[in-house]
Design a protein around this ligand. Structure first.
Ligand SMILES: [Zn+2]
Length: 596
């Protein structure tokens, strides 16, 4: 097959719905208009909310104005972040991102008072305000916001922190992205010396040649290690910045801001993580089976994603599109129709290009705009799953567009509810279509590796991140400290089932979640286990399950996860809820064992 089609050449997103280009005069006009509206908003409402001058309907109008203004404020920097992700080495995109972020922060500072006054309102007065029917859709937003009351500072302090953010955490995030995006990896592939992007070199972990896999990952990690000074400094600064933030805001534990934002009790998260750790032997069982399939005594960690077929089948982007849409259509017509929009309306950028941000994401600004997907499609079955995963996010965002902007984003632990589901729907469709033992094996391995990577690996990543943050409370971490913590948590997961190559000690340098979002990784484990349990219900209940599931997706961020799930009859505080998720994994392991 011709590689241009394989690599999704020409599959680029159309950002025209936002702006016509980085020089579009509407960008500056929107920045100025957002600022003007923010000034008017502040003049109108400052002192009125905490002062008790507004009744329920008037406060609902203020919240609606705030939503409109906030969307306008963020639109330029949202656009710039997409331009930058598509081409991280483009100086115009870098400059525009910087400029629009600064302007958005300046404007946000004029609005800081609003959340602070909403938090300051006395409980009794808030109850009276919430009694107005116009306020019904803002209840959840206000209750969530007001849980931060003990951790909120004065307006001046909040403004200072916002401004200093640009030269603290945000600056290190940007440096991390620029450095990671600038790395190139020299490697001999098929007798030819080539310079590969991070996406291409990581894709080689799925190559059938064992020696090439190890050489590719070694080159990848050693290239990162050459910049260990910068990565260590970025890492330490992110840790310290978070520590300072937690101290200033009176959090006893560094994970609490994440749990509060996720609207999940710390005990619920710990119970989930302990359940995963108790089931680490399931991951080790899988690696034992995989070693047998590969004819090895023991896997190295560069074998985890090795194809079990000698010839990996390559799938063109257009084939991937039709397979995904057929699979989604068998689950639900609306699910397929919403996914089709991304292909037909050019909301997806799938082409492999140098300088493009690694990994994949689905980004959404507000219910007024459709979401966008970025990935680097290389033609492997793993890449199809990634596209299905991101489309799941896209469908979720599309369904929750009926929510108000303040209720648009699903809480993080529900954010993977559609993406992981979409991946399983795709794989089961492919399993049903294929009779060949070797092809079924490959599909089961792909699915189990996805579950390993999400449920087990993400918990190990979170344990590493927690350990690093807790150690930073005592002192700065040396490069060797970070490497040692990293290996320690990986060893707990692998035990004797996997032999880690020594250079894997640099594995922490390329996990961008550690830089961008504190303790994000546990939400993957949480979300996947949750989705496995939901999928089991779909298998048990069939069609009857679908309407409730779609309502869960439509609810976006309008209610607490616990409550949203209770409507589907799920109690996340019951230990058997988590066991049900593992039973699904055990079932797939049995299916794989049966092929041996
Ligand atoms: Zn995801």
């Amino acid at each position: 097959m011709d590689t241009s089609e394989l690599k999704a050449e020409g599959i680029r997103w159309d950002l025209g719905g936002l702006y016509t280009g980085p020089d579009d005069p509407h960008i500056e006009a929107d920045l100025a208009e957002a600022r003007r509206q923010a000034e008017v908003f502040a003049q109108t409402y400052r002192g009125k909310i905490a002062g008790g001058h507004l009744d329920g309907p008037a406060l609902a109008r203020a919240l609606a104005d705030y939503e409109t203004l906030d969307e306008l404020r963020q639109r330029p920097s949202f656009y710039a972040s997409l331009l930058f992700a598509a081409d991280t080495q483009n100086q115009n995109a870098q400059r525009l991102l910087q400029r629009t972020r600064e302007a958005a922060t300046d404007t946000a500072n004029l609005l800081v008072f609003f959340a602070l006054e909403l938090i300051a309102v006395e409980d009794e007065q808030m109850a009276a305000l919430l009694a107005a029917p116009e306020m019904a859709e803002y209840r959840h937003y206000l209750e969530t916001l007001r849980r931060f009351k003990p951790h909120t500072l004065s307006e001046k302090e909040e403004q200072l922190l916002n401004q200093k953010q640009l030269t603290s955490a945000s600056a290190f995030e940007q440096l991390y992205e620029e450095l990671s995006g600038s790395l190139h990896f020299r490697l001999t592939v098929d007798g030819e010396e080539r310079e590969l992007t991070d996406g291409e070199v990581i894709a080689l972990l799925h190559h059938p040649d064992r020696e090439l896999r190890e050489r590719a990952f070694t080159t990848f990690l050693e290239t990162h290690a050459q910049h260990s000074l910068v990565f260590t400094s970025i890492f330490n600064n992110i840790l310290l910045d978070h520590k300072i933030d937690c101290d200033l805001r009176h959090y006893d534990d560094v994970v609490l801001p994440t749990h509060l934002a996720n609207e999940i009790a710390p005990e619920t998260v710990e119970a989930m993580m302990h359940a995963v750790e108790r089931h680490y032997p399931l991951a080790q069982d899988y690696f034992g089976l995989k070693a047998r399939l590969l004819g090895l005594d023991q896997l190295k960690n560069t074998d985890l994603y090795a194809p079990i077929e000698a010839e990996a089948e390559e799938i063109s982007f257009s084939q991937a599109q039709s397979l995904i849409l057929t699979a989604f259509g068998r689950f639900n017509e609306q699910f397929a129709a919403l996914a089709a929009d991304f292909f037909y309306k050019r909301w997806i950028d799938a082409e492999v290009r140098a300088g493009k941000r690694g990994g994949a994401f689905c980004a959404a600004l507000s219910p007024q705009h459709h979401p966008y997907i970025l990935c680097s499609y290389n033609g492997t079955s793993r890449d199809i799953s990634t596209v299905a995963h991101e489309l799941g996010h896209g469908i979720h965002y599309s369904l929750s567009r009926r929510q108000k902007p303040l209720n648009y984003d699903a809480p993080l632990v529900l954010a993977e509810t559609a993406s992981v589901f979409a991946e399983i729907v795709l794989t089961r469709h492919l399993l049903a279509e294929t009779q060949s033992v070797s092809a079924r094996r490959a599909l089961l391995c792909g699915l189990l590796e996805e579950m390993y990577g999400t449920v087990f690996r993400q918990t190990a990543l979170t344990r590493f991140e927690m350990a690093a943050h807790r150690q930073r409370r005592a002192s700065q971490l040396s490069t060797e400290d970070i490497c040692a913590l990293w290996l320690q948590e990986q060893e707990k997961l692998f035990r004797t089932s996997v032999d880690m190559i020594p250079v894997y000690k640099w594995g922490w340098t390329y996990i961008s979640h550690f830089i961008h979002s504190r303790f994000y990784c546990y939400s993957y484990s949480f979300g996947e286990l949750l989705t496995l349990a939901l999928f089991q219900r779909y298998l048990d209940e069939g069609e009857a399950f679908v309407p409730g599931y779609m309502r869960l997706l439509e609810s976006g961020g309008s209610q607490r996860p616990e409550r949203a799930l209770a409507q589907l009859g799920i109690d996340i505080n019951q230990p058997e809820f988590w066991s049900r998720g593992f039973r699904v994994i055990e079932g797939f392991l049995d299916d794989l064992r049966a092929t041996l």
